[in-house]
Design a protein around this ligand. Structure first.
Ligand SMILES: [Zn+2]
Length: 195
């Protein structure tokens, strides 16, 4: 069976057996949190478990690297909506060690795109149209600096209220241990969960 039909087969049984009942909640985050995290596959279950989160507890936004690439992009919009319309009272940025977006090479990504059939002409055209592909595909060199930068972008967004604590953390992708890079309450930086 292909991937789509495997998913659909599981889904049919899931709904039929009313397995959804254990996940019943509403759209408001019970813990008053919005989290921006990396899409890394190791964090799918580990991150919520390591942070003590259940269905309904948080607004969870995910992308490659837990990055905010644009002040007016969809991540920032999601956070603004979460705060004003969906009762998020604090924000956490959660990046992780060993992230695929660390030191990613835009040229390599574009070479892979060409191997998969995207023409060089397309890439040249995009660059000619003023799209800065290298910057757009760029990840980060240092995970802590990247988290600080994201926190700074959120805190200083003109539409973000000043009274929202914005925390920045790095999670270990094997143990789930959290390291605080920015304490959004202003209680000093670089605290860590006890060993
Ligand atoms: Zn990652």
């Amino acid at each position: 069976m292909d991937r789509l039909h495997t998913l659909l087969e599981h889904n049919r049984a899931f709904v039929e057996n009313r397995e959804y009942e254990q996940f019943k909640t509403d759209k408001f985050p019970g813990k008053g949190l919005a989290i921006l995290a990396c899409m890394d596959a190791r964090l799918v279950e580990l991150l919520p478990k390591a942070m003590g989160l259940k269905n309904g507890d948080v607004k969870l936004i995910k992308n490659a690297g837990a990055l905010i690439t644009h002040q007016w992009g969809s991540v920032m919009r999601s956070l603004i909506v979460a705060v004003y319309e969906l009762r998020a009272e604090e924000i956490c940025v959660v990046a992780h060690h060993d992230c695929g977006m660390r030191a990613i090479d835009p040229n390599k990504v574009l070479a892979h795109a060409q191997e998969r059939g995207v023409s060089e002409e397309t890439i040249v055209t995009l660059r000619g149209a003023g799209i800065d592909l290298d910057n757009w595909l760029k990840g980060f060199d240092n995970v802590a600096d990247s988290v600080r930068h994201s926190v700074h972008t959120i805190r200083n967004h003109p539409l973000m209220p000043k009274d929202i604590p914005v925390h920045g953390m790095v999670i270990h992708p094997s143990t789930g241990r959290l390291e605080v890079i920015v304490n959004g309450y202003g209680e000093g930086e670089k605290a860590a969960a006890p060993e």
